[in-house]
Design a protein around this ligand. Sequence first.
Ligand code: NDP
Length: 334
Amino acid sequence: STSIQLASRPQGWPTPDNFTVASVDLPDLEAGQVRVRNEFVSVDPYMRGRMNDTRSYVAPYAIGAQITGGAVGRVIESRSGQLPVGTAVLHQHGWSDLAQGPADSFRAVPDVPGLSLSLRLHILGMTGMTAYAGLTAVAGMKPGETVFISGAAGAVGTAAGQIAKLLGAKRVIGSAGSAQKVALLTEKYGYDRAFNYKDGDVRGQLAKAAPEGIDVFFDNVGGDHLEAALDAFNDKGRAALCGAISSYNTTERAVGPDNMSNIITRGLTLKGFTLAAYLGLAPEFQEKMTAWFSAGKISFDETIVDGIDNTVDAFVTMMRGANTGKMLVRVGDA
Ligand code: NDP
């Protein structure tokens, strides 16, 4: 099996020598275990945080151990009555072509003909549910409100824009890092207005896109985007702080927003969250998303990199913005 392991902790942007592509001999299956051939492996921004040795909501990766995280595949060998050969599964074993372990570390997922298993890693899975939980349980978005979403053309952002609209947002505004992504936001994802943050002056661009102000901010970026949102907020505005990717690979401490006092004077609520605290929403999310998806109301994009050996490259280029929608590694036949 080919397994990607952490060789050393990155300082700033990860480089190839922070990782080892290892060839691992898998032992024979024990009773109750299964072996899975992965079809898609997920690369996610939160993994960058786990490469640091700092306190967070998930433990850091150990040096010399495989990078764990979301993946989907099919059982190819089984010593468990629970998961026969051929079962499609979602699991957290991470960056490798084969995964092996106790059957209860894998979860069978509905195998719908014509529907790629990869969707369980984004729009029908973790990133879709993050968007749903952030807008509903965290920000308490109400119909008729104006919503601003940063990092709008990524996996969470493309889901969040569509969900906000389906839940009755009056206006949804998004920011992303290229002209193509900005066009896609309004043409494919139902955003009312969008701008390219790389054109600069995020504050000014947001003010122009939202002359009526914003009520909800779904933040994937932090930094200049949070500052711009604090200016644009209407009274009683709410922010769901989902991520701060603008600072994940910087070595200097970011300069803070200069307008934090608006939190007081406008009675704002800024609430950070991790999906782990909202897993109870899973049935509600699955029910709503399955209905929207089946009715053809949900679009998605995938940016696919082929070959498990290219996982690190996929991870790093994702954080540089190479992806539209979800960045995935397609494992292919070994
Ligand atoms: P994306 O698919 O959005 O990929 C990351 C994107 O971030 C890139 O495509 C790039 O797009 C953008 N980006 C990178 N650097 C910057 C920057 N300096 N300023 C603005 N945008 C930047 O990833 P996900 O959808 O998986 O995750 C999005 C966010 O949600 C992340 O912050 C992540 O940590 C967070 N998250 C949080 C969860 C939680 O439980 N709280 C769960 C899942 C995700 P562009 O071309 O537009 O720059």
